[in-house]
Ligand binder design. Structure first.
Ligand SMILES: C[S@@+](CC[C@H](N)C(=O)[O-])C[C@H]1O[C@@H](n2cnc3c(N)ncnc32)[C@H](O)[C@@H]1O
Length: 463
């Protein structure tokens, strides 16, 4: 096999989240984007020792259990890579990938329970769309990045992960700015105006937040976002009779940063700066920048699975680390924990968590803003936890914080993870520090996408 050579390959299995692996001439070849069971054509791109990589050209033969895709955007959109399987098969596929990660990490734990998402379509409560185009100088588009082309954007006005309100807001926003010839932002020249459209809609209350991320600069022909905001607002509010939800929060984001991220000072154009959602019997305020699980009904299942793993938290002190808007901690507080301490980096989320706790009449919770490791290191040593729940971001907990958490010596730690790769890395450190990882529960929070949430309980070994 030589670099540049085109080969045909049967994909035996996948490595999390989207690397297909097949054997050619007795050697393992990795192909990003190829799915197990497919026969694919690919071009060898890297050969270093035993590591051989190839670039997917096309699928010569689909897997025997594949079916036609349900989405109009399938060929071009980069999301929903598993949509040609049934809902059950795509979850089983994710379980297989998680199990392989554990096996490769030398950990005994395996997935023993896979919980389906209560909804497999229109389950998302948040979407971040980007303004862009499909080809240089082409018509403006608004949506998601094109499969394999990070700089192109596909208008996803038929996306099945969100409900009709999102699709209408997306379509009319694009029509509005296209008709007025407002230019999109250019990531290379940094000129232009329109960058992102964030839409959030609460499942239980139907409250909708729309946030337009745009630069504040003037173009050469004197255009700036200020000139269009009143018209944009009027257009959105004019959609109300067609929406099933209610426009509760409309915001402008002054986004002049160089990175392609939604960030910047916000200005409320209509209503308030948050929406309210109900989850597990509690009410939560969600602001633009605070983390909130994107599948509300799936999150209830996830939290049930996590909290169900704790043998006993009644009357106990619980630490909710990486607490976001304080969801897990407040469910613990509502159900009998004596005291809850939440730690979260984003101050906005901490503010929401405090307000949420007060709103829900919970006086036995406190939320501290800061990095988990630093906050725990500087905390009053008299405040010791009985139970710890960890729910870190994709990067995982990290060695310093794992060591700090383990140093409390609590009997049980529950680890909720959105990235099984970093989970296995953290679990290996916990194992060295005397904690045994038990069975894994997978919760399908992102049907059709390659990702999956997992929950594992760590039990302290007897010294
Ligand atoms: C996966 S979210 C979990 C949030 C919450 N448990 C929930 O279910 O809504 C991870 C959270 O960790 C926060 N975070 C990231 N790095 C952190 C750090 N070093 N210290 C504290 N919080 C951090 C993020 O802002 C985010 O809110």
């Amino acid at each position: 096999m030589k670099k540049g050579e085109v080969i045909e390959l049967f994909v035996d299995y996948n490595l999390y989240p989207n690397v297909g692996v097949g054997i050619v001439d007795g050697k393992r070849v990795r192909v990003k984007g190829a799915l197990r069971g497919q026969r694919v054509r690919c071009r060898l791109s890297k050969k270093r020792g035993d590591r051989i990589e190839a670039r997917l050209i096309d699928v010569a033969e689909p897997a025997s259990d594949e079916q036609p895709s349900f989405c109009e955007h399938y060929e071009v959109c980069g999301g929903c890579m598993l949509q040609t399987f049934s809902a059950e098969t795509q979850l089983a596929h994710k379980v297989d990938m998680v199990n392989r990660l554990f096996e490769n990490a030398g950990l005994e734990s395996r997935v023993t329970e896979a919980i389906e998402s209560p909804e497999v379509f229109e389950y998302r409560n948040k979407m971040e769309f980007s303004f862009g185009d499909m080809e240089k100088g082409g018509a403006m588009t608004l949506g998601m990045h094109r499969k394999g082309h990070h700089h192109d954007v596909v208008t996803v006005d038929h996306c099945h992960l969100v409900d009709a309100d999102y699709r209408l807001i997306l379509e009319r926003t694009l029509d509005f700015f296209t008709a007025l010839e407002v230019p999109k932002y250019n990531k290379f020249s940094h000129g232009g105006i329109l960058r992102h459209l964030v839409v959030r809609k609460a499942k239980a209350t139907g409250e909708i937040m729309v946030a337009l991320s745009a630069t504040t600069q003037h173009t050469e022909d004197g255009k700036s976002i200020d000139r269009y905001l009143a018209g944009f607002l009027e257009m959105l509010l004019g959609l109300e009779p067609e929406l099933s939800g209610k426009l509760t929060s409309i915001m402008q984001i002054k986004n002049d940063g160089l990175g392609d991220v939604v960030a910047g000072e916000t200005v409320v154009l209509h209503g308030r700066d948050y929406i309210e959602e109900m989850l597990s019997g509690l009410r939560f305020k969600i602001t633009l920048y605070s983390f909130f699980q994107t599948n509300t009904l799936g999150a209830e299942k996830l939290y049930e699975a996590a909290i169900g793993r704790i043998s006993d938290f009644e009357g106990k002190v619980c630490f909710d680390l990486f607490s976001g808007t304080g969801t897990i901690g407040q469910i613990l507080a509502l159900n009998g924990a004596s005291h809850v301490v939440g730690v979260e980096l984003v101050e906005d989320a901490v503010r929401s968590a405090r307000e949420n706790a007060a709103f829900n009449g919970l006086s036995n919770c406190e939320f501290i803003a800061g990095d988990v490791f630093k906050v725990l290191s500087g905390m009053d040593e008299a405040l010791l936890p009985d139970v710890i729940v960890l729910d870190p971001p994709r990067a995982g907990v990290g060695e310093n914080a794992v060591r700090k958490v383990a140093s409390y010596g609590v009997e049980e730690i529950v680890y909720v993870s959105c990235n099984p790769k970093t989970l296995t890395e953290d679990l290996r450190i916990f194992e060295q520090l005397g904690y045994h990882a038990g069975d894994v529960t997978a919760v399908d929070m992102f049907p059709w996408a390659g990702h999956v949430e997992t929950v594992v309980k760590l039990q302290r070994r007897n010294p």
